[in-house]
Design a protein around this ligand. Structure first.
Ligand SMILES: Cc1ncc(COP(=O)(O)O)c(C=O)c1O
Length: 374
């Protein structure tokens, strides 16, 4: 059957038997009326901990809560300054404001699309923040992750890592989520490890941070009716936990399929004005996103061609954080070298999801190649 369309993302390619296992498991939880909490949450967290190599993996309601909880767990308080990248999803900005702190946006590197050590150092010296949130976008990681971690530690900046997009990503052979001071992820269904609804997690190797995190996600509870902190109700659901636990059995195959897709684009689309970009060589990406850059003046016509060919696409993200209208009144400062804005105008993401077929990839590549031949 010849291909006539490819979605940007699809959520319906599951392994044989996955659906039956999940629905059977849901029936079982239903019979036991285990809706929130219960053994399934602990079992899923133990698997998460094994896969990420984080000593503690704590499930919560979503990836935005996870950042807020991590900020509070490390001790961020009202009016503290927190650095965030100017190129991220809005949730990173929101999380800082929602805990009463003040976000400072720091530009990313034009080529790596992530923070670089020099700009990070400059921001720390200029703004003297209490904390910073390094975001690992596109399933990559900042090439300077290890150096930024060290600099933050040496300068008493509490570093949180927003890994909503980097489940499975490694730097120099180490799991990003498992080697941070504290990291977070999102299990929004479209993520590399998605759940059957909203969910997220916090990861750390620090016992005290793990303890605070557990208290914060459950109404600041120190006992059933004793509350030692103002927290949230950010508990993870049982059905979501079951879905995640079953998905973790297949995570290696899903990662491999995604990684192969981004490699396929990189090889098949060489020498064109649209340039596929991969993570730095010492970063093993997870294939969350297929990223390419094109001269902003050429992007609208390429988008039109993709639309005509029924190919889904993304522009992740179409605007810098500091330029969002919602940032007005909250931004406590910024370092703006124009890079986040440039990337937002030049980026184009091609279809990428687990178990995308070779035929689908080739249909997309053929369409892009023909566009530039015409
Ligand atoms: C970088 C980043 N941070 C935070 C989030 C928020 O996660 P959630 O949608 O689960 O709240 C996302 C999700 O899209 C994200 O991509």
């Amino acid at each position: 059957m010849s291909i006539t369309s490819v979605p940007f993302i699809t959520l319906n390619r599951f392994e044989n038997g996955f659906r039956e296992n999940f629905l059977g498991g849901v029936a079982n939880l239903f019979e036991k009326t285990q809706f929130v909490g219960g053994p399934i949450v602990g079992e899923m967290e133990a698997e998460l901990s094994k896969v990420t190599k984080a000593k503690y993996a704590i499930g919560c309601a979503n990836g935005t809560d996870a950042i807020q909880i991590a900020l509070r767990a490390v001790g961020v308080e009202k009016n503290d300054r927190v650095l965030i990248p100017d190129m991220t999803f809005w949730a990173t900005f929101e999380a800082v404001v929602n805990v009463g702190a003040n976000p400072v946006t720091v530009d990313v590197h034009r080529e790596t699309c992530h923070w670089d050590l020099e700009t990070f150092k400059k921001a720390v010296h200029e703004f003297k923040p209490k904390a910073a949130i390094m975001v690992h976008l596109y399933g990559w990681a900042s090439p300077d992750t290890l150096e930024i971690r060290k600099f933050a530690k040496d300068n008493n900046v509490l570093l949180i890592e927003d890994g909503a997009q980097c489940f499975g990503t490694e730097i120099k052979g180490e799991s990003i989520l498992g080697s941070a001071l504290i990291s977070t992820t999102s299990f929004y269904p479209a993520k590399v490890l998605g759940a059957s609804g909203d969910a997220g997690a916090v990861f750390t190797n620090d016992e005290e941070l793990a303890k605070r995190t557990r208290i914060l996600i459950n109404h600041g509870r120190t006992d059933h009716y004793s509350h030692g902190m103002i927290g949230w109700n950010s508990r993870i659901g049982a059905y979501e936990s079951l879905f995640l636990k079953l998905s973790l059995d297949h995570i290696e195959a899903r990662l491999e399929s995604r990684r192969n897709a981004v490699k396929y684009y990189a090889e098949a689309l060489q020498g064109l004005p649209f340039k596929p970009v991969l993570a730095a060589s010492h970063v093993k990406e997870n294939g969350y996103c297929a990223v390419g850059m094109v001269d902003p003046a050429l992007r609208p016509a390429l988008i039109e061609t993709l639309k005509k060919a029924n190919i889904g696409f993304g522009t992740i993200y179409p605007g810098a954080m500091s330029l969002q209208s919602g940032a007005v009144g909250h931004l406590a400062g910024k370092i703006d070298n124009g890079n986040a804005h440039y990337i937002s105008q030049a980026v184009l993401n091609l279809p990428c999801f687990a178990y995308i077929t070779k035929e689908e990839l080739e249909y997309v590549c053929q369409t892009v190649r023909n566009h530039f031949k015409a």
